[in-house]
Design a protein around this ligand. Structure first.
Ligand code: RFL
Ligand code: PHB
Length: 405
């Protein structure tokens, strides 16, 4: 005989916006809404420490930086962020500089780690007394086709909550529960898996370069990025199903050296503090809204990291969503109705740019591809029109419109 334990009581609550996920999208949305006087409840399945330590993006578009600054999140970003006015493109053993300040009307990008943005946001929200609940389980969203959708979760001490909302934002990343909660048959999905992955490392060594180096080498793509003047972030193209166990530290540095080194330039190795393999995919699910459920960030779309667009797209989505939800709170549905279409235009621009950068810089082993991509790279460094195309997409296209700045 089995005895079932009594079901815990459900605490009934009310908020304006329920938010699932404490990544950059969910945290920034709750911050932007609070600035507009709109309250939210945010639930996150991981711990605060886990969210603050998850190594991911590092490169912020010009509009992302301006938004963070304009909404009170600029202090550490301005102190520790590294503004970059261009990138290096390396191929056929030669390194070329692209000057974004010149090509993209003075706009630049900034190196500032996603871990730091997440810390800044959690700190700001906590200081403002926000309802942020970490380590929740059993997250559910329901009644999405009504004007009172419901967010349910069990908190870290085991109490079950039911929060009645005006709308729910699904900011729960690619593997979350919100996208699958949309009605069967609604979503059109476009997807591409690439036959390679990135092996990424963090290393306690001053970067060997002042700006990022994107390198096409016969052995595969390599990227030299950074996190600070003391910490390097570097990536290597590896096969899609690569076992990290095959890559002891010495092998990683030897391969990075092989791909990057050109006469007169040396790569400085140092202790590797973290390494991981990330598969690459493009994915777009549309529409990004069903009834009162709005998807934002990786919950709706994934881009391969070569264009550095994932985090910036998440920021752009929630900038649009904060405006739409503010209007909705006042009874005006126009921008909520336009939300998906509005976001998808930028999403597809970024998806194309990320696909273009990825195919141009990664090596497939096919001799036709090799020549086509080298020709494309020569065109980018030789033609001002082509270089401008890369630069204006890289710094963020279209420039982020926001009522905050
Ligand atoms: P996130 O960051 O995945 O956050 C989603 C959150 O939802 C939580 N969650 C749930 N919470 C409650 N209940 C549930 N049932 C839940 N299910 C999930 C998760 O625990 C998580 O905390 O999505 P968000 O906020 O949309 O942010 C997206 C970005 O994280 C992502 O696009 C970028 O990191 C992509 N990316 C880059 N983007 C850039 O703009 N510039 C870059 O330089 C850049 N480099 C990168 C990258 C991503 C990488 N990886 C590892 C995929 C480099 C790499 C290697
Ligand atoms: C990073 O610093 O992690 C980074 C920078 C540029 C990219 C991808 C990742 O294109």
């Amino acid at each position: 005989m089995t005895t079932s334990s009594p079901r815990p009581p459900v605490r009934a609550e009310r908020t304006q916006i329920g938010i699932v996920g404490a990544g950059p999208a969910g945290l920034l949305l709750s911050h932007l809404l609070a600035l507009r006087g709109i309250d939210s409840v945010l639930v996150e399945s991981r711990s605060r420490a886990y969210c603050e330590a998850r190594q991911r993006a590092g490169l912020l578009e010009d509009g992302t930086v301006r938004l963070l600054r304009a909404t009170g999140l600029g202090e550490r970003l301005d102190a520790d962020g590294l503004p970059h006015g261009g990138i290096y493109l390396q191929f056929a053993g030669e390194r070329h500089h692209l000057d974004f300040r010149d090509l993209a009307g003075g706009r630049t990008v900034t190196i500032y780690a996603q871990t730091e943005i997440v810390k800044d946001l959690i700190e700001a929200r906590t200081a403002a007394g926000a309802a942020l609940h970490f380590e929740v389980t059993g997250t559910e969203v329901a009644d999405l086709d009504t004007s009172r959708p419901v967010l349910r979760y069990t908190d870290a001490s085991g109490d079950r909550h039911e929060v009645v909302c005006d709308a729910i934002a699904g900011c729960d990343g690619f593997h979350g529960i919100c996208r699958p909660a949309m009605p069967d048959g609604l979503l059109a999905v476009a997807e591409r898996a690439y036959p390679f992955a990135w092996l990424g490392i963090l290393a306690e060594v001053p970067p060997s370069t002042d700006e990022l180096i994107y390198c096409r080498h016969p052995n595969g793509f390599a990227l030299h990025s950074m996190r600070s003047p003391q910490v390097g972030r570097l990536y290597l193209q590896v096969p899609a199903d690569e076992d990290i166990g095959e890559w002891p530290d010495d092998r990683i540095w030897a391969e990075l050296k092989t791909r990057f080194e050109i006469p007169g330039w040396e790569l400085k190795p140092g202790p590797i503090t973290e390494k991981s393999v990330t598969p690459m995919r493009s994915f777009v699910a549309a529409p990004m809204r069903s009834g009162r459920l709005f998807l934002a960030g990786d919950a709706a779309h994934i881009v391969p990291p070569t264009g550095a667009k994932g985090l910036n797209l998440a920021v752009a989505d929630v900038t649009v969503l904060a405006d739409a939800l503010t209007d909705l709170a006042g009874g005006d549905t126009e921008r909520a109705d336009a939300y998906s279409q509005h976001c998808l235009e930028r999403v597809w621009r970024a998806s194309h740019f990320s696909w273009w950068m990825t195919t141009m810089l990664h090596v497939s082993g096919d001799p036709m591809d090799e020549q086509l991509m080298q020709s494309q790279l020569r065109y980018v460094i030789g033609s001002r029109a082509a270089a401008t195309t890369l630069a204006e997409n890289y710094v963020g296209y279209p420039p982020l419109p926001s009522e905050f700045f």
